[in-house]
Design a protein around this ligand. Structure first.
Ligand code: NAP
Length: 268
């Protein structure tokens, strides 16, 4: 093992994203699996859990105990919105840099976690989306909003997703809000005949969340202008598409101090 290898712990190792992360870490020459944590998965070898040869790391269910003995540099978290804030605080308390894909943070929590990272002198990353295509979609949407400020977002995910709207759509909305003047769209006299029909309200525009079985992750940002519309759309088909981004994040997070929100800031 090369001395410069980064030791990665994975929270949510039994989950759909977590299993992809474990696989990626075991196959990435620059990373070593330091620990694997899952809420209810039994004591099983992490390699075996993801269909690879046994790797000698047993999946545990106590994050704090795992981090106390793992000598990890980074904790990658793909768990659930209810657990991720606590997990991130635990990682920082152990001096382990959080790389977080789980969505559901409030702006206040992000600010507080940034301060905690700075106090500890470590880096951290919260990334609502690790996919390069999704980052380009967000960037193009922000550019278009300067010229076509009337916009709505439709995001599509599987029906088991817990939070709505998606972290990616919130991040997109924030970038759009930075790029245009606040503009209350639509007819000021419009009425919702069925509650929620117009979607969630953000900075004068609407975000719609579709939840259906069979869908993986898609987002459409629709701009309307005089006699024309423009659509910027991104489709994710499988979880492995996020892994190059997670790998880059694990390697870059050890090079700076403070918490970065948004993977796009790491690749510029
Ligand atoms: P999932 O398959 O449901 O996996 C969730 C994982 O969290 C499981 O390992 C589960 O462990 C664990 N868990 C559940 N409750 C927990 C708790 N209270 N404390 C600690 N761990 C707990 O979910 P997923 O599809 O992998 O998605 C995970 C998160 O990633 C979601 O928030 C999703 O929106 C987000 N996501 C982000 C990106 C991105 O690019 N940033 C991409 C895709 C998904 P057990 O199975 O042992 O209960």
């Amino acid at each position: 093992m090369a001395a410069e290898q980064i030791r990665v712990a994975v929270a949510g190792a039994s989950g759909r994203m977590g299993r992809e992360v474990v696989k990626m870490v075991l196959q990435d020459d620059g990373l070593t699996l330091a620990a694997a944590i899952a809420q209810s998965a039994g004591p099983i070898d992490a390699g075996t859990l993801v269909g690879l040869p046994a790797c000698g790391v047993t999946v545990q269910n106590d994050l704090s105990a795992a981090l106390a003995s793992a000598n990890a540099d980074v904790l990658v978290d793909f768990t659930v919105p209810a657990a991720v804030y606590g997990n991130t605080c635990t990682a920082i308390a152990h001096g382990v840099r959080p790389v977080v894909g789980t969505t559901g943070f409030t702006p206040e929590q992000i600010k507080e976690l940034d301060e905690l990272c700075k106090e500890k002198g470590i880096g951290g990353l919260i990334a609502p989306n690790f996919s390069i295509g999704a980052i380009l979609m967000m960037r193009f949407a922000a550019q278009a909003a300067k010229y076509m400020p009337h916009v709505e977002i439709i995001e599509y995910h599987g029906d088991q997703k817990l939070d709505a709207p998606s972290g990616t759509s919130i991040k997109t909305a924030e970038l759009i809000a930075e790029a245009r003047q606040e503009l209350r769209q639509g007819n000021p006299k419009e009425e919702e005949i069925i509650e929620g029909a117009r979607g969630g309200y953000y900075n004068g525009f609407r975000i719609h969340s579709v939840r259906l079985p069979g869908v993986f992750a898609q987002q459409e940002v629709i701009f309307g202008g005089n006699g024309q519309t423009l659509k910027v759309r991104h489709d994710s088909y499988e979880r492995s598409g996020y892994m190059p981004g997670v790998s880059v994040a694990c390697k870059k997070v050890v090079t700076y101090t403070g918490l970065i929100y948004g993977f796009e800031h790491l690749i510029d």
